[in-house]
Design a protein around this ligand. Sequence first.
Ligand code: FDA
Length: 394
Amino acid sequence: MTQVDVIVIGAGAAGLMCAAQAGYRGRNVTVLDMGKKPGRKILISGGGRCNFTNENASPDNYLCGNPHFVKSCLSRYTQHDFIELVDRHGLAYHHKTLGQLFCDNSAQDIVDILLTECEWAGVNIALRNEVLSVTKTDAGYEVITEQDSYQCESLVVASGGLTMPKLGASPVGYKIAEQFGLTVLPTMAALVPFTLHQHDKDRFDGLSGISIPCLVTSEDGTQFKENILFTHRGLSGPAILQISSFWRAGQTVYINLLPELDLKQQLEQWRQSQGQKSLKNTLATILPKRFVEMLHDTKAIPDCNVNQLSHAQIDALHDYIHNWQIKPNGTEGYRTAEVTLGGVDTDELSSKTFEAKKSPGLYFIGEVTDVTGWLGGYNFQYAWSCGFAAGQYC
Ligand code: FDA
């Protein structure tokens, strides 16, 4: 039996940040992970370049049963604090769109920074070490792994969500929470592509690879203005991934295909200037040609010249293009999702320390908690912020 002050389950973004912070406080910390490498999700994130934070991160960018829960940790360790950390380590990075920051070289640079911090803080990382069970003892917690058993005062659960089972996702964190009487809210794949019903699959066959800048709206009125992407499996692209977190089975997604333009006005203008041209060819100057051909072939738009359109047809076309409606069949699920919605109910945790109110010395941080960020570096920022917070107390 190995005796330590703090055990952290999970060498991911939240666990490594927390471990380094606790180590700097002089705590004897061991991180346990069943993988053969630390930070495996960081390594594949952002297409291998890790979108490690967002300059605009604020509590409004998170879904959580209690919208106030993230305020404390995000304000105590902000995106600017993390940027200051990576600057200190000399990380080369760049700004993409919408405040997103990416590594210039590789996501490995972020893992290296976290590992360096852990090393400086004297943290021990034990890999290939799956946690099998946890029990409460008089002195704290006993953790049994496939290799060893540990006794600790503080146990930090940073075991992540259910996405990407190939990368070691496991429900262990939810099981530990339930074992200690904490509520775990239902989980669901989020930031995930949509799959389509057969009739849409047939309609969209051949559109794979087409990307359109759109304004996408969910039934609850949440909106994202980014690209949608047709794939051979269904619909993806940043706007779709974003809205998937707000979509529920059976609901419709509303897509404004020309958010920067008033189609009615445009059609009136074309009637004057190029009325003899076919509607199909004219529309193909403002929307991808293959997409317009699909609308034409499926008779979603009239087969006529622009000046043959009646006022009623113009109104209908305007509504159709600005409010294109898709009812997804489902999502691609945990296999390709970036995050897991739901998880350990934040009402069970202190928003200051992340300690379980019912079980002193037990902490839950990162994706295992019921906090889900938007696409764009917000999920890592939450991992850094909550890891930092718990690291001050565990
Ligand atoms: P994380 O899942 O990172 O770590 C949990 C660790 O616990 C794992 O290493 C696992 O092996 C370990 N573990 C689980 N069960 C165990 C057990 N029983 N015993 C021992 N160890 C166990 N976010 C973002 O902000 N920007 C981005 O660019 C991306 N990109 C991205 C791409 C893809 C493909 C995915 C899947 C996800 C993203 N994300 C993202 C989301 C981001 O990766 C995610 O929010 C964080 O990795 C969550 O960090 P955690 O530390 O909470 O869990």
